[in-house]
Design a protein around this ligand. Sequence first.
Ligand code: S3P
Length: 434
Amino acid sequence: MTAWIARPGAPLRGRLRVPGDKSVSHRAIMLGALAEGVTRVRGFLEGEDTRATARVFERLGVRIETPDASERIVRGVGLRGLRPPAAPLDCGNAGTGMRLLAGVLAAQPFDSVLIGDASLSRRPMGRVIDPLSRMGALIEAEPGGLPPLRIRGGRALRGIEYATPVASAQVKSALLLAGLYAQGETVVREPHPTRDYTERMLAAFGWPIEFAPGFARIAGGHRLRATEVDVPADFSSAAFFLVAGSVIPGSDLTLEAVGMNPRRTGLLDVLRAMGADIEQTNRREQGGEPVADLVVRHAPLHGIEVPVDRVPDMIDEFPALFVAAACAEGVTVVRGAAELRVKESDRIAVMAEGLRALGCEVEEAPDGARIVGTPLRGGAVHSRGDHRIAMSFAIAAQRAAAPVRIDDVDNVATSFPGFDELARRAGLALEPAL
Ligand code: S3P
C-alpha cells in the first residue's frame, strides 16, 4: 500500500487542467457501446473506475480503441448487440459503473454477474435492485443487497413510474438505461434534482427524452445514434484545488475548462459563503455542458451551516469541504448528508478520524458533522482506501505545523490519476513515503 508524506509547500500559482469528468466518461462508454455507429470520446478520464467500465463493455463484445490516453473510440453494437460475457464482470471500485450496468444488463437476453473490489462489495445495491425488479428484472444479491449482483437475462421489462427515496443520479440512470429496453414509459422523480448527464447524453445520442430538474421520462423502442462526446474537466477533481487555493496563503491559481453543471457546483457556492475568492471566467459551452475557467485566490474562510438543500449538489465534495472547515475560523455544520456513510468509505467517520488525528475538534452526527476550525498539527491519517479522502488530507497537510503521513493512497488513481504530480507542479509539497 502506497503512502504520501505531505507538508506545507509553496503558494499555488499558474494554470492547470484537471482530468475529465468521471460521471460523463462512464456514460460516454455506455451509450457509445449501445449506439449504432462509432462514438469518439475526447477528454476521457483515464482513471481506474472508467477503465473498468470500458473493460466490462469489451467483455460484452464491444470494440474500444485508445488512440491516446484521453481519447476513446467506441464501436457501438446497438441496443441488442451485446454478447454474453464468459466470466463475472469486474466494476472495480466504481459504484456508478455497477449501478448503471445493472440497468443495462437486467434487460439483456443473457445472464451476467457484476463484481467489485472490497469497498464496492460493501455498498448498497438494493436501491437499484428494488426498482429494477418492479420493472420485471431478476437480480440476486448478497444479504443486505450487497454485490456481487447475479442478473438473470431474458426478462421482458416494462416501464414504471418511480419516486427515488434518496436523491441519486446512479439510481435514476440505472432506471433510464433499463427504460431504453422497456415496454412503455419509464418516469423517474427525485426528492432533490441530481446530475442529469444521462438525460443530456441520451438526448445527444438521439433518444427522445423529456427531462427537467428532478424529473425524467423516456419510452423504449428507439435507437441510439453514435456521436462525439467532449468530456469537461471534473469539478470534483478541481474541488481539491479550490480548497487548496483558498486556504494556502499567497495562492492565485487558474483551473481550466471545469465542468459547471449546476448539479455539481454546490461546493463553489458554499466556499464563497465561507469567504472564498473564486472567480468564474471564460464561461462557455463544451459538448452541451457549461464549462468555465475558475480563478482561486487565497482568502480567510469562516465556518457556516451548509444549507441542507445544497447537499446533493456537492455530494462528492464533502471530504474537501471538511478540510476547508478545519482551516476556517469558527464552526461549520453539515447535516442531511447521511449518504456520505455509503460512499467509497464512510466519509463522515473517516474524515472525522483523520481530522482529529491532526488536532481538529469534530463531532459526528448520523447525517453530518460539526467541525471546529483549528490550527492543524502533523501526524498520520488513513484514507481507508478512499481516493477523495487521500487527496483531501494532502490539502489539509498544507496548513499543518508538521508533516502528515497519508496511508493507502493507491485509490487516487480511480478518479484522479497523476494528482500528486499535478499538485506538485502547482506548489503542493507531496512525496511518496518510503
Ligand atoms: C454519480 C452519482 C453520485 C456520486 C458519484 C457519481 C454518477 O452518486 O456520488 O460519485 O455518476 O451518477 P449517487 O447517485 O449515489 O448519489
